[in-house]
Design a protein. Structure first.
Length: 123
């Protein structure tokens, strides 16, 4: 009779990795926790969305070794250059958090982060 830790032919059974047993959202949390490690380079960059000739962008945190279209760790905000004036909305606190974790910021996103937020109109 085979033991629970062996296969039918008596050889050892390969245990699945921890990531194979966890639901998707827990794996994402584990990747976020591991994101601060030195071996993983993070980048805050723009991800192009929208139709042809009507672009809008999402400001995202992702692994710098993958493309901008790859899976992202977190979406920080949005940028719509087609509006007049262009609309920029993002979570500054989360951007500071990721920069503190070692994420590099692309020059375009840096210029968006440095812009002063528009003041509310007085009525």
């Amino acid at each position: 009779m085979a033991t629970p830790s062996s296969t039918a032919d008596g050889g050892p059974r390969e245990e699945p990795g921890l990531g194979d047993r966890l639901p998707g959202f827990i794996r994402l949390i584990a990747r976020i926790e591991d994101a601060g490690k030195e071996d993983e380079m993070l980048k805050i960059r723009l991800r192009r969305m929208g139709a042809r000739n009507r672009p809008h962008y999402r400001i995202v945190v992702s692994d710098s070794r993958s493309t901008a279209r790859a899976e992202v760790l977190e979406e920080l905000g949005a940028y719509d250059p087609m509006r007049e004036p262009p609309i920029v909305s993002f979570d500054r606190e989360r951007a500071r958090y990721w920069i503190g974790k070692g994420a590099t910021v692309t020059p375009t996103v840096r210029s968006l982060l440095q812009k002063k937020e528009p003041e509310a109109k007085a009525s």
